[in-house]
Design a protein. Structure first.
Length: 231
């Protein structure tokens, strides 16, 4: 029961924060002002209809103009909010894409070094641990960004729902991998051992990177189509 109440109040808080940020947008403020002016004009038009018909008619025309302005603001504001959210989503996806590439490139270098028996293994353990950290950074970025209130969406939930990728669960697996890496002997670990050790992390990063690129392409196509309808 306490957990449900905590979750409920957290959602209320998030909604409140989102609305607070929303009401700070210029288009939203302008729309509110126009709605207030429209309400005032229609009330005054109704109250002056009998005694001052000309004034009532003028106020009625003002009301009609304000309604048009409200409609324009709503359309323009909706487009701006959509573009803002889309840009932030694409920017975050590109950030994850870059982290995936960083890990995959570091992984290839590590495997290449492990497979080259003529190459010195000085500092090789640090390189292995660095690859582990880079792989974990991907999940850390996705998981921790859910607490970033400046983002218009929850990255962790977005990845879990849209890309079927649970960063929190993956971080638990990364902890198990870390325990194994701590026991490694960098001077004797073989090429096959490293591949087997990092197999899940490498596979997940590779598949995630493909999903991220596909999602970026999908969003950009959708954005281009919407731009043709809402100029």
């Amino acid at each position: 029961m306490k957990r449900l109440l905590k979750r409920f109040f957290r959602k209320i808080k998030n909604i409140f924060v989102y609305l607070l940020e929303l009401f700070r947008l210029p288009h939203v403020i302008l729309t509110i002002v126009l709605v207030i002016l429209a309400a005032i004009s229609i009330i005054l038009s109704h109250n002056t209809q009998q005694q001052f018909p000309f004034l009532s008619s003028a106020l009625s025309n003002v009301f009609a103009g304000l309604i048009t302005g409200i409609a324009i603001c709503l359309i323009s504001g909706t487009k701006n909010i959509f573009n803002y959210k889309t840009k932030k989503t694409v920017d975050f996806l590109k950030e994850v894409h870059e982290e995936c590439l960083t890990f995959l490139n570091a992984y290839k270098e590590m495997i290449g070094k492990a497979g080259n028996t003529n190459k010195s293994r000085d500092g090789f353990y640090d390189e292995i641990y660095d690859v582990l950290c880079r792989g974990n950074d991907i999940d850390g970025t996705i998981s921790q960004s859910q607490f970033n209130k400046t983002l218009p969406f929850n990255p962790y939930k977005y990845f879990k729902k849209s890309l079927k990728y649970d960063a929190v669960e993956q971080m638990k697996k990364n902890e198990l991998l870390r325990d194994k890496v701590l026991l490694l002997n960098a001077n004797t670990v073989s090429f096959k051992e490293l591949i087997g050790l990092f197999a899940d992390m490498e596979r997940n990063a590779f598949l995630l990177n493909g999903k991220v690129l596909s999602k970026i392409n999908e969003i950009e196509i959708r954005q281009n189509i919407s731009g043709k309808f809402f100029v």
